[in-house]
Design a binder for this molecule. Sequence first.
Ligand SMILES: [Fe+2]
Ligand SMILES: [Fe+2]
Length: 191
Amino acid sequence: MLRLRYDTAPAWKAVLLDNIDEFLCDHAHNERKVAAAALQLAAHQPRHSGLVHDLIAMAGEEVEHFGRIHALIVERGGELRHDQPDPYMTAVHRLLRRPDNAAYLLDRLLAFGIVEARGCERFRMAAEALSPGPLGALYWELTASEARHHQCYVGWARELYPEPEVASRLDELLTAEAAIARALPLRPALH
Ligand SMILES: [Fe+2]
Ligand SMILES: [Fe+2]
């Protein structure tokens, strides 16, 4: 398991409970965006056929999550609002090296893994805040998915890059992600 280096403040739960519909829209867009990011990475790495296969499967799961959250929003009488800027993802993307760098893929696999781990942390907090009830149960289920997803991404990095390089870059990215998450205000959003 990835150990994140900043724990979200417990007060985030109250922000979530006060703005559940806003949170659900942000969550839905995040599922859409992680699916798109997985497919974009697959298209960028055609020589790694095994990874392309796995990324397509990952994107499929994220699309399914997107569909479930969208259905839930509609069930609650709402609709998917326009996506809002996500300062967390913007800052995380700034950490990643460019396509001409040999570590382009390594950076994305590790960063996607860390983002999944952050999602896992927030879903667990949402599940705790929303339990008992069907919404809480859904978030417990999603907590388990994200826990699996972050292990997949880090595992793929370990298959494709030497362990010392993975360990050193993971260490840098975990520290940088913690600083990003710590600096952001608490919002009714996944990040
Ligand atoms: Fe998901
Ligand atoms: Fe995921």
